[in-house]
Ligand binder design. Structure first.
Ligand code: HEC
Length: 485
């Protein structure tokens, strides 16, 4: 008994000691005792879940940054290393990628709840605007993060994205050069996007989150839609414990969902960006698809309307919502026009996204190219990790020097038979033929001979013909391919 009391008083003494120096008690009171008119509800969890996701993105992002190098010749290799070599690397990268989708979904849920509950009403204009800013910043995070793996998908989607900037009147081409760090996409683009994604945007977001939470606390929780937005009348319940429990429960569910998705559907990495590829069909991440589809309707001189005018007007309209909609009525069924417009916009966006998917499926040329791109990604994911693939092609002449005479003769056959047209110089691969260096070169001589004399269906489909050379030349060719491992 006496012991228990002693340790209790020790705990209490520690707490008092800290409280006197830091104001911990009033801090906790400030954080947890926020009154909620009408009590805790599941509908209020989204803000906390967003905060949780932001923390999760920060933690997984820091982990990725431990390995990542933001230059055009190393970025892709370092991400491949994370995915293929680092223990749990693919899982954490997937958590980060799935997490970014989760942020967008929960943002939309948070916005929908705020809108339906009319929780932007009653002296909450600045709170609303800070929320809009956070929405925009999150989309900027998604845009800048997408480029970083520097695979085909990342490179070409961002090329399209930054090209759009040049539609802005007067400053368009300057803006594009500013984003890219030059006229072309390269290491300067990558380091700009990296700095924005890792330093600038998170710092600004942190500031806005702090102001958003502060402004929310200042205005007070709005409570259910029947509640008066300025002078709440319903009996209140404190944030802690019930709402905290609800928020934590949903955050836990979120962890489970993200974990399962990352385990069963790991985020893939495609082959390294190849700016010379003219066939590549770029497609943005799902949440940018509606905009992508929308832009198809504004071609040529109209592009500026689709890219600049209408989005700018929409943004102003959304920002100004609490100034336009001044009524204090919050119940959604009493605001049919506002609620109608909201769901019309949401419905249109979803329709655009689905339309974009459908058009891709229906266009045989695009469907074929997309299937090919997916296959190339699968192929890259299956291949073992190769440190600095770029360096091996750079040091290729050295490899040739080191060849034994048979393999050197084989290289002559390789070049004479134009294998390099599809498989690239020294078998590094191109977008029409797979890489021979690496996995293929590790196959047995017998197997390679058979493949060359009797190409598989897939090789024939890729327009590779059976090799028609003497047995001796074929032997040399096989020796050459084997020397590429
Ligand atoms: C017209 C383009 C083209 C040319 C020219 C070409 N190939 Fe191929 N090759 C392909 C394609 C496409 C594939 C793979 C098809 C698939 O499996 O997806 C392939 C597959 C291969 C494979 C099997 C790779 C594996 O691991 O399964 C080998 C080996 C190969 N080629 C060697 C050669 C050699 C040697 C030459 C020159 C005599 C040559 N190719 C010329 C397009 C070409």
């Amino acid at each position: 008994m006496a012991d228990a009391r002693n340790s209790e008083s020790l705990g209490k003494r520690c707490y008092n000691w800290l409280d006197q120096r830091t104001g911990l008690g009033s801090l906790m009171h400030e954080a947890l005792d926020e009154p909620i008119p009408g009590g805790a509800r599941w509908a209020y969890v989204f803000g906390s879940v967003l905060l949780f996701l932001f923390i999760s993105q920060t933690v997984t992002g820091i982990f990725l940054a431990l390995y990542y190098v933001p230059t055009a010749d190393h970025a892709h290799t370092t991400v491949a290393y994370i995915v293929k070599e680092v223990t749990g690397g693919s899982f954490l990268r997937s958590l980060h990628a799935w997490g970014s989708s989760a942020v967008v979904i929960v943002l939309i849920l948070h916005l929908t709840q705020t809108f339906l509950y009319g929780a932007y009403k009653g002296r909450r204009e600045v709170l609303w605007i800070s929320g809009c800013a956070l929405f925009g910043l999150m989309l900027a995070m998604a845009f800048t993060g997408y480029l970083l793996p520097w695979d085909q998908k990342a490179y070409f989607a961002t090329t399209v994205g930054t090209n759009m900037a040049s539609e802005v009147p007067w400053i368009g081409s300057m803006l594009k050069r500013f984003m890219r760090g030059g006229n072309e996409m390269g290491t300067l683009t990558l380091s700009r996007f990296f700095v924005a994604h890792v330093f600038i945007l998170p710092a600004i977001i942190l500031g806005f989150i702090a102001s958003h939470v502060y402004l929310f606390r200042k205005a007070g929780a709005a409570g259910p839609p029947s509640e008066h937005p300025i002078e709440p009348k319903l009996p209140t319940e404190r944030f802690y414990p019930k709402q905290v429990l609800m928020d934590t429960a949903v955050a836990l569910i979120m962890i489970c969902v993200l974990g399962l998705l990352s385990h069963f559907y790991p985020t893939e990495l495609g082959p390294q960006a190849n700016p010379a590829d003219t066939q590549y069909v770029p497609r943005p991440e799902w949440y940018y698809l509606p905009i992508f589809q929308w832009l198809k309707y504004f071609k040529g001189p109209l592009a500026v309307v689709g890219i600049v005018v209408i989005p700018a007007l929409t943004a102003v309209l959304i920002l100004a919502l609490p100034f336009i909609d001044r009524r204090l009525e919050r119940r959604p069924w009493k605001r049919p026009i506002a609620v109608g417009i909201y769901f019309a916009i949401l419905g249109t966006l979803i329709t655009f996204g689905l339309l974009s998917k459908r058009e891709d499926r229906l266009d045989p040329a695009i469907a074929k190219q997309v299937a090919k791109q997916n296959e190339e990604t699968e192929q890259f994911m299956r291949a073992p990790f190769e440190p600095e693939a770029a360096a091996s092609s750079l040091s290729a002449p050295a490899v040739v020097v080191a060849l034994d005479p048979v393999a050197a003769a084989g290289k002559k056959v390789y070049d004479a038979e134009s294998c390099d047209a599809c498989h690239g110089e020294n078998g590094v691969g191109t977008n029409v033929g797979p890489k021979l260096a690496g996995a293929t070169a590790q196959k047995s001589a017998e197997e390679l001979t058979k493949l060359l004399r009797h190409p598989t269906e897939k090789m024939l489909a890729g327009e590779m013909k059976a090799v028609n050379v003497s047995d001796e030349e074929l032997k040399a060719l096989v020796a050459y391919i084997k020397s590429l491992k």
